[in-house]
Design a protein around this ligand. Structure first.
Ligand code: SAM
Length: 299
């Protein structure tokens, strides 16, 4: 574990004892000057090199109310999706697994993975490394895990880092059996860079699994969902978290994320083997495509 930077130590002093490591690297270098390239930040177009800090501001702002807001805006449905996501992966079924949960935030997926393995297979050896670019979100996650039996065990660790450039000394090639990312990849500047890193850190035979908001195909459901998301979610953000803009961004970012077949192609292009590029193959829609689970295997 590398020493924390002085800035991080000052801002989150207790994290020095939490097995929390910090490695933020920018995207892999490119021959083009970064300022000439743009990307979406919700519905806005911003210089590619400013998106990370804009996204960081969003999650700094929502971190303390994130779990409450997730329940309020989805009426608790995100819990069902996450339960179904994790149980479809059956962590611990064959043997204890080394898992990495990227953009892991407050640890919702990590906790479910560990609980699933323990409750179904009496497995106390499966482990999860939670990685997130945002120290505030990790801090909330750490606080939450303190109340669990996994606290202070090798089963859980928290790492500050960028999904697009995981530090290779901490996360070497061919290390993990399972890579999960839930509601995180749409916030990243380069989806291909995230997928490339996922492929790098997985062992041959390892599974990539992504839960993300997706594209609703039924026109009636799509209209109702749009009405709800663009009016109610920013309103709830204002009332419950005092932060309309962050929730407006979160809704907009969902609409900018590629539809299921396009994302499935990106996963294949990164070198993963997937099912056919149809619902029930490379991905499984949940609730008509409001969310979907994409999976791929590194062969
Ligand atoms: C909507 S939250 C999801 C958290 C958690 N996975 C869950 O399902 O509850 C998105 C998370 O992605 C993280 N994130 C955004 N960009 C990232 C990046 N480039 N690398 C790592 N994490 C990132 C944010 O800090 C935030 O914690």
């Amino acid at each position: 574990m590398l020493p924390l930077s002085r800035t991080l130590r000052r801002s989150v002093p207790r994290l020095t004892r939490l097995n929390l490591t910090r490695h933020i690297s920018s995207q892999p270098s490119s021959s083009e000057p970064p300022t000439t390239r743009t990307t979406s930040f919700g519905f806005k177009t911003v210089p590619e090199d400013s998106k990370e800090s804009l996204v960081k501001n969003v999650f700094d702002s929502v971190a303390s109310s994130y779990d409450l807001m997730n329940d309020a805006t989805s009426f608790g449905v995100h819990r069902l999706w996450k339960d179904s996501f994790v149980s479809s992966l059956k962590p611990g079924r064959r043997a204890p697994m080394r898992c990495i949960d990227v953009a892991g935030g407050t640890g919702d997926i990590a906790l479910r993975i560990l609980d699933y393995a323990r409750e179904n297979y009496a497995d106390r050896e499966t482990s999860v490394a939670v990685v997130d670019i945002n120290g505030q979100m990790l801090k909330e996650g750490f606080r939450r895990f303190k109340k669990t039996m996994y606290h202070n065990t090798p089963q859980i660790s928290f790492h500050e880092g960028n999904a697009q450039a995981l530090p290779s000394e901490e996360f070497p090639d061919n290390t993990f059996d399972l890579y999960t990312i839930a509601f995180g990849i749409r916030n990243c500047t380069s989806i291909p860079a995230v997928l490339k890193e996922a492929h790098r850190v997985l062992k041959p035979g390892g599974t990539f699994a992504c839960l993300e908001f997706s594209r609703v195909n039924n026109p009636l459901l799509s209209t109702l969902y749009d009405q709800y998301s663009f009016t109610m979610i920013p309103l709830l953000g204002t009332i419950l978290a005092g932060d309309r803009d962050s929730y407006q961004y979160l809704v907009e970012s969902i609409r900018k994320f590629p539809p299921q077949p396009e994302f499935a192609k990106m996963i294949s292009d990164a070198g993963f083997t997937t099912g056919d590029h149809v619902d029930g193959g490379a991905w499984e829609d949940m609730w008509g495509g409001i969310a979907s689970v994409h999976k791929g295997v590194k062969l």
